[in-house]
Design a protein. Sequence first.
Length: 384
Amino acid sequence: MRSLPRRSPTSARPVTPELPRSITLFCRVIDNYGDAGVCWRLCRQLAREHGIAANLVIDRLDVLKKLVPAIDPALNRQEFDGVSLLAWREEGVEDDDPELVIEAFACTIPEAYQRAMSKRRPAPLWINLEYLSAEPWAETQHLMGSVHPQLGLAKTFFFPGFSARSGGLIRERGVTVPEFAAADRQFGRPLKVFLFAYDRAPREPLFAAMRNHGRQVRVCEVLREGAGDATQAWRNSREGVFTEAPGFQIIGQDFVAQSSFDAVLADQDLLFVRGEDSLVRAIWSGKPFIWQLYPQAGDAHLPKLEAFLECYCERLDPGAAGALRGLMRAWNRTGEQDFLPLWREFLIQFSRIERHAHDWARRQAQLPDLASNLLSFFRKNARI
């Protein structure tokens, strides 16, 4: 691994710092692949597009390997695609002297590292990168600060979001929303549906609705982590039903590297995605999508869903908005539900939903991206 250049505490920094020479981002994996995916994308973008020495400290290199197959989880230090990867160590990180430290999703960076930060002159800029949310309170808390009660270190809360009042979305250079192209709705071609869901997703009633509606559907489901096993068990228990519904097909999609994910989405008509990283890629695809949020105890994730629906459906025709809300709400709940009327109404409104997804993505692409907003904040607040 490439070592970062050491700098003595008294060495001078530029009078008007434009960019941090190095950043260190800490990540603990909670949301399966979502946390690792977001942090890897951000570090890679800062390194490749802005020339910043980016260090990602992560506690689950085995999870990251699913997204970046070339890395070796057995190594404590390695470099790939311009990013230095370090295994999480509670005793801190050696030879690390960044101007910007990012604590992803309130993961609480090691106390030893915090003490080392407090001794640097000047101390690095410290940001707590929060989860993506459309809730109004997130915008009011964006860029709010707090001070460590013992060390006196200032920390700023940075909320990604969907408006100019937020931290924005991850969007690399070259990522553009494709020209609008309506899905072929002739019954000669199946509707291509991509499905990447958590285990608790109500697959059975959704698949039953797709099977019984009459519109030909081909579901491409990401396998592994129990999701594929659940689907296969359902198929095995209903073999006769499948032979009676030739217009409904489920095919397995092996887990792909993050670098190939956008291409997989581009080949589909409708996207069922989960978590934060997949949602943002679905947005940039310009395709209609159904988002499954990371499930929380007591359905604490449902208010976050409602806030997103309020934001996303603002300019959508009321009939289409009702169909989208109904299907997305049902997909995020557990228990017995009849998906057939929801699926039927969603397909009736599909052309409006499809056009809206493209136009909404185009408007989002006009806003500054997350990396640009982070660096803009650094320029305004870095101490010399």
